[in-house]
Write a new protein. Sequence first.
Length: 143
Amino acid sequence: MNDNLLLEKQLCFRIYSLNKLMCRLYAPILKELALTYPQYLAMLVLWQHKKGISVKELGHQLDLDSGTLSPLLKRLETQGLVSRVRQSQDERVVMIKLTQKGVSLRQAAEHIPKKMFSVSGLTPEKLQGLTLELDQLIAHLSD
């Protein structure tokens, strides 16, 4: 009998389960910052772009469509972490910029990667190898 359809044989289920678990582990840590996991990911990108980033580019980096990204950005703006500004050269382009409060939040978040690494049970070398393999899988499936 072919057992390829067993749930435990499905890579997609492992990734799905891991995603759910990671979100549950992040939730109490991010609650201290009043951020959801998707908001945290957006802030990670914004902290890398000190001069701002277009909504389109942010969506591209996070792999989110505008229907998902717009409400997320609206909530970050309501919290006073970001501002949305239309470009004067092309009003179709909306730039997202961190407010001072958004910039300051970075310092409060600096402990998160170390804390999450400590619960992973991985060595730095294994984490680096796993990250490389996942990046290769993503690249292969994206072709």
